[in-house]
Ligand binder design. Structure first.
Ligand SMILES: C[S@@+](CC[C@H](N)C(=O)[O-])C[C@H]1O[C@@H](n2cnc3c(N)ncnc32)[C@H](O)[C@@H]1O
Length: 272
């Protein structure tokens, strides 16, 4: 089963804003379908037909140069519960409003107003790499920038004993907590408002971090210090031309594996 069925996809642009009115002009963009606003999360979702996606994004950025874009991506049936699709070879994401009991290899994402619906290539790269290299020896996992909690939940489904999920956004923490509860994983995943400095040095077998390049460059040097001997990092959120900027921050670590999806990179590194 492929994750996205092209025929049913829509293109979504999620924007963090407390004034959705300023985006009224977005309806003039080609392929615009509708917008949804969540006042609690200050999140506006613009929905487009999935035609000329790059052009839509380019025009959007020209129209609103200062827009705080949280996530862009293709969603099979935006906002519709009941969707199920693979994020990696074994784990599928199901969407719903709660009250569902996900099965062993399913992760329920009840709400994905924060980054982390599972549709973005960087999330999928992290999930795929984590699944490929996961072993029974990996007990403690740190998810830096957990967003909706999706990667923490994937780690838990793969068999992690304890997951620490951190994020600097209050909205993300709230949402991750709610998704984790909906999956019945609250006993194994601890969600904390903060960043990598909340984590215990040498306390983790795996650090997974899907972060924008600016944040990644700042945090990457701290990751090896958080790993136990023989531990690994899975990093994504950057494109090929920025990969070297990340690796420069991790000079004593070695690339074990890498992958690419739609121009985005994902790398697995040793502790160094
Ligand atoms: C690209 S999203 C990744 C979400 C999710 N892990 C996924 O893979 O789909 C990055 C997340 O990092 C969070 N973030 C940004 N700066 C951070 C920092 N310095 N420390 C921790 N989290 C941060 C953002 O709030 C956002 O939720």
């Amino acid at each position: 089963m492929e994750f996205c069925n092209q025929k049913k996809n829509y293109f979504l642009i999620k924007i963090s804003t407390s004034d959705p009115g300023i985006y009224n002009q977005a309806s003039t963009l080609k392929s615009f379908l509708r917008k949804d606003y969540n006042p609690g999360a200050s999140l506006l979702v613009l929905v487009f037909l999935p035609e000329n996606v790059d052009e839509i994004l380019e025009r959007f950025v020209k129209l609103f140069p200062g827009a705080d874009i949280v996530e862009t991506g293709l969603s099979p049936v935006p906002g519709t519960p009941g969707y199920e699709g693979l994020i990696s070879e074994k784990i599928s994401i199901i969407s719903g409003l709660g009250g569902m009991m996900p099965k062993e290899r399913q992760v329920l994402v009840k709400s994905f107003l924060s980054f982390g619906s599972g549709f973005h290539p960087t999330t999928r790269l992290c999930a795929r790499l984590m699944e490929r290299m996961f072993s029974g020896r990996m007990k403690d996992i740190l998810d830096v920038g957990t967003g909706s909690g999706i990667l923490a939940l994937c780690a838990w489904r793969l068999g992690a004993r304890r997951v620490l999920a951190v994020d600097t956004s209050f909205g993300a923490i709230k949402e991750a907590g709610s998704n984790i509860k909906a999956n019945g994983a609250s006993g194994s995943i601890l969600v904390v408002h903060g960043s990598a400095d909340c984590a215990r040095p040498k306390g983790f077998d795996l650090v997974v971090a899907n972060l924008t390049i600016g944040v990644m460059k700042g945090l990457a040097p701290s990751f090896p210090l958080l790993l136990r001997k023989g531990g690994h990092m899975i990093l994504s959120g950057f494109v090929e031309k920025h990969k070297q900027l990340v690796l420069e921050k991790l000079e004593s670590s070695e690339i074990i594996e890498e992958d690419e999806l739609d121009g985005w990179k994902g790398v697995v590194l040793s502790e160094g």
